[in-house]
Design a binder for this molecule. Sequence first.
Ligand code: F6P
Length: 513
Amino acid sequence: MSNNSLSEKPEWAALQAHGQELESSSISALFKADPKRFEHFHRQACGLVYDYSKQRVTSKTIEKLCALAHACDLEGWREKMISGRAINTSENRPVLHMALRGSLGEGLEIDGENVSHFVQENLALIRKFSEEVRADEKLTDVIVVGIGGSDLGPRLVYEALEPCPEAPRLHFLSTMDGAPLDRVLRTVAPENALVILSSKSFGTDETLTHAHILKDWLAKPERLYAVTGNIQAALDFGVPAAHILPMRSWIGGRFSLWSAIGLPIAIGCGFDRFSALLEGARTMDSHFMSTPLAENIPVLAGLIGIWNRNVLGYNALAVLPYMDALRNLPAYLQQMDMESNGKSVDREGRPVSYATGPIVFGETGTNAQHAFMQLLHQGTEIIPSDFIIVAQAPHDLQEHHTKLLCNALAQSQALMEGQQNEAEPHRAFPGNRPSSTIVLPRLDAFSLGALMALYEHKIFVQGALWGINSFDQWGVELGKVIARDLYREFSEKPDDAHDGSTAALLKLLKSFD
Ligand code: F6P
């Protein structure tokens, strides 16, 4: 049976019926009924703890979810991915980011090239380039230009791990806004700078618009580097051949920080920590590939997401890292999740009859508490949350860290337990709002790698069950094409506006000149 008939499977019907049974249940009551609920509903692997005891699930729920996963051939899809089958069907590409951290076999060949050899050579290049850059004492600033998957991963890791004091400063330029570039141009001396153009396609407008300005600004053109799958375009742009680190089509943009796209991490945090990041991800890969479904953290996280989305009907997910260093995690996961699973047709192009990817948003704790947590506690929407906490403080301010952790735990408890208040309804908390808690022992490269790989696999699991292609992103194209046309119109013949509000706004904007 093909995957796209998810909602026709008997396991789906059984899951929905089970959802009805649990309709009147509360998470707090489940805790009362089972004093060992935490022990039964948490898993530990790769140094991480995944606590799902505050989700509205029972062991029967997990059994039924695993049965559904099995019926959707989750294990088969995982096997297809790791054996290099073209599971990105609309682009006819394999999906092999796991190979970048050495998790796949030595013998895998794609387009006549041995994948493992490519990865080894690429790693050697990352090491060589990063060490050369770090050894150059005149180099004080590295400007990294890229967007989406060519930006969010390296930016998250660089800011999460303490950069090495001896490394050059990194500046990330992404959005089509001249202001961050303007700041760099005003504060960095071109003779002390190096520019890395990170773009798998080497055709992304934001990246190229920055790149043209930076190429002219750089005192030494040999300080121009590129990480790309489109070598010819980088050469045509003027990047010296010896400064191009290649990517392959089997590396998806939002899964690419493990590739040469991670070069800025190796420069800013050191190659050893880049290696430790890969090792953490590799350990999670091995857990994902070999652990039975009901014990498998990414599988459980994915299935619980399906339960919340498709049975309980919750349409969003709040990502709440309780550590300022992880402030870019929500943005990173937003792209990874929403670009992957924000789809409404299955792999065969047929409309799906069930909800797919949730709206992902987030903020660091405790800032979130003073912003949108009001709605999570008392709003009409129920929004499941992922709390991400780190056991050890990365500094000596222990009081801060203990309070930070207590706040995270307090929030998940309050969301779950709620509080009655008949006299003052505006002060009542309905409770029964689910959350998971992921605990990292410390914020080091290994744990971060494991955490990021956990989410990658979670998203894969969900896409496999929904029967969608999690690895393309056609939804971003239409706006790009219209923007290009409008830009031409705006710069060439602004007065020749057509009907419609876009044209009228264009004309209005021009009138402010
Ligand atoms: O936003 C669409 C997208 O294609 C992402 O998937 C990708 O990460 C980003 O643009 C950047 O693409 P590139 O690396 O080709 O510049």
